[in-house]
Design a protein around this ligand. Structure first.
Ligand SMILES: C[S@@+](CC[C@H](N)C(=O)[O-])C[C@H]1O[C@@H](n2cnc3c(N)ncnc32)[C@H](O)[C@@H]1O
Length: 288
């Protein structure tokens, strides 16, 4: 039996293209069934639900039912270092994928000229230094009695042992907005890599390379209303003037703007379709 007699066991889920289509009804039927089973097991009538959380999750898809226990809690893209205070932050997992495609290694120098909350620079640092992405977050199942007490402590120690502390990786995170820079500093500190990320205010129009070989990865503004779109287009043109991919400089940008390449002034060496939340974007890659 996974659930102890004092544990919490809320139920949530979804139903799609199925005879059982009422989610609230399915929720209460599952809850009742679990209660009945626990009554049999513990010989009590009332469950106080004050202990560890066992979130029961069901999915009903084309009449196929799955019932699961959520071991993680917050979504796995949440690494535990980020406050969601700035506008338009990119998901940590998307940033990690972008950094991967940009071939960031232990000795890379990475630049993000539109750093916002610092996600790209931080994910690059985690990858370069081989820091396990969930190292500094909590998982719900850490409170579960069925897991040996030391499991997570041991796993964290193992993850700490493989961190490449001597890796020369460095990142430069720039933004025009001082509030974004403060956020990047705070988040980098929480991710334990503040020492690797140099943060400074800079308008992209004043961009200059920090080294002969560097990887620039960015998530520039997209703009939603007409005026903002015009502003984003102006920024893409400026980017074309200041970034010169080639000769050791590689460049990567994600945007949903269909005319990015013509505004930037160069055709990408490769494009990848990626979703930023619900927004269909292209990841423009310049590496030749
Ligand atoms: C889409 S957000 C980046 C979000 C970031 N990737 C994150 O995860 O938080 C775009 C950022 O570009 C910055 N920005 C806008 N215009 C800029 C400019 N001219 N120069 C530098 N940064 C600018 C904004 O302040 C904003 O933080």
């Amino acid at each position: 039996m996974y659930i102890g007699q004092k544990d919490k066991f809320p139920v949530k889920g979804s139903a799609l293209h199925s005879v059982l289509h009422s989610v609230p009804d399915c929720q209460s039927i599952i809850k009742k069934a679990v209660v009945e089973r626990l009554k049999e097991r513990y010989h009590i009538e009332w469950f106080e639900e004050t202990g560890a959380l066992y979130q029961i999750q069901f999915t009903i898809m084309k009449d196929h039912v799955q019932i699961l226990l959520d071991t993680s809690g917050a979504g796995l893209h949440k690494r535990g270092y980020r406050k969601n205070a700035n506008a338009a932050p990119i998901r940590e997992t998307l940033a990690a994928g972008m950094v991967d495609l940009a071939r960031v290694h232990a000795d890379s120098l990475l630049v993000d000229p539109f750093c916002g909350s610092g996600t790209i620079a931080i994910e690059a640092g985690l990858k370069a230094l081989n820091i396990a992405p969930g190292l500094f977050r909590k998982f719900t199942c850490e409170d579960w009695a069925l897991l040996p007490k030391n499991t997570f402590k041991q796993l964290r120690e193992e993850a700490m042992d493989v961190i490449k502390k001597d890796a020369p990786f460095k990142a430069y995170a720039y933004d025009i907005d001082p509030a974004a820079l403060e956020l990047t500093k705070e988040n980098a500190k929480k991710a334990h890599i503040a020492g690797r990320i140099h943060v400074a205010q800079r308008d992209v129009k004043d961009f200059k390379p920090d080294a002969e070989r560097q990887i620039t990865v960015c998530n520039p503004p997209y703009g939603e209303r007409l005026l903002e779109v015009k502003e984003a287009e102006r920024i893409y043109k400026t980017m074309g003037e200041v970034f010169h991919p080639g000769d050791g400089q590689t460049f990567f940008a994600i945007t949903p703007h269909e005319r990015f390449e013509s505004l930037f002034g160069r055709k990408a060496d490769k494009k990848r379709k990626l979703y930023n939340g619900m927004i269909k974007c292209n990841y423009y890659m310049y590496f030749r």
